[in-house]
Ligand binder design. Structure first.
Ligand SMILES: [Zn+2]
Length: 308
């Protein structure tokens, strides 16, 4: 039996670390919240210290210490060796984050992949709960710096034999594509991850831009560049999602991460997916994550409530 009276989560992202405390696993109201830059270029020890800083700040806000905390992290934990692998925050790879963080925070740490945390949060507390509460087959996709995903089957996370289920970002979309940090060539992430789109924007305009800027562009030259980027994004997004539909045929696909703010993913994107599947009409419901960039931290907090 879970005896917690508050539910704590941390999300370790490429750009930011976020921490929250929930009073109830059935209500998204937060008791405490803090976001700090990850500063991953400064290395693993520094990232550990940033996690502790976030933890200490929210602990001060609520005035007590939990017995356990859930943590959302990109990439996977190697089941045999208990270390991280294929993590887009690359300083975590080959490190035993659970062990090191438990030593540092002196609480039990429950680690889960960020795609799994997103789909957990949106299904138990967010937009899927509201719009499709009876759905038993839900795919959650994160498109951001990294591209990840998770799968809820019959209201529970389905992780698979290697805890790889839902990892669509590292499915190969073109074997002649660029080398990915995971070692393979042509992973989806190298086509539609934020850095790939920013590079495409630079190649067209010779200017640097954030994804937020690209989504909101307005002047003539930039609009042309944006159209080019959207065309590229939709092509590979539609191919990859049509593969998901052919494999697991979800009732609902919930999209989160920075790139989910491209409205075209829900309009032309859905139309293009429909043209790629073996059915006259695509019936899948596409929803945008309610908690925006914070879905993963809400999912992490739900781990501490015993959801799985
Ligand atoms: Zn890869």
């Amino acid at each position: 039996m879970n005896t917690n009276t508050s539910y704590w989560g941390l999300d370790l992202g490429g750009e930011n670390i976020e921490g929250i405390v929930l009073a109830s696993p059935n209500n998204p109201q937060v008791l405490a919240r803090m976001r700090v830059p990850t500063e991953q270029v400064k290395g693993y020890q520094h990232v550990l210290e940033r996690l502790k800083l976030t933890f200490d700040i929210i602990r001060k806000q609520v005035g007590h210490t939990p017995s356990q905390i859930g943590i959302s992290v990109p990439g996977l934990v190697d089941i045999e060796n208990k270390v991280h692998k294929n993590c887009s925050v690359t300083c975590l790879n080959n490190k035993n984050l659970k062990h090191d963080l438990e030593q540092l925070l002196n609480v039990e740490v429950l680690i889960e992949n960020d795609g799994n945390c997103l789909v957990l949060a949106e299904t138990k507390l967010g937009i899927v709960k509201e719009k499709a509460p009876n759905a038993v087959n839900v795919f959650g996709a994160i498109i951001s710096t990294g591209v990840g995903g998770g799968w809820m089957l019959h209201h529970k996370l389905f992780r698979g034999r290697h805890h790889l289920a839902g990892e669509w970002g590292h499915t190969v979309i073109s074997h002649t594509g660029k080398k990915c940090y995971c070692g393979k060539y042509g992973c989806l992430e190298t086509f539609i991850g934020a850095p790939a789109l920013q590079e495409l924007y630079y190649n067209i305009t010779k200017q640097h831009a954030s994804i937020k800027d690209i989504i909101q562009l307005s002047d003539a030259l930039q609009t042309e560049a944006r159209a080019e980027i959207v065309k590229h994004l939709l092509k590979y997004y539609a191919l990859a999602i049509s593969n998901i539909v052919h494999l697991i045929d979800p009732e609902v696909i919930v999209l989160g991460g920075e790139l989910s703010h491209f409205p075209e993913l829900f309009e032309e994107g859905k139309q293009q997916i429909g043209e790629l599947i073996f059915d006259s009409k695509l019936q899948t419901t596409f929803l945008k994550a309610r908690f925006r960039e914070s879905s993963c931290v809400f999912g992490a907090a739900l781990l501490a409530a015993g959801f799985e």
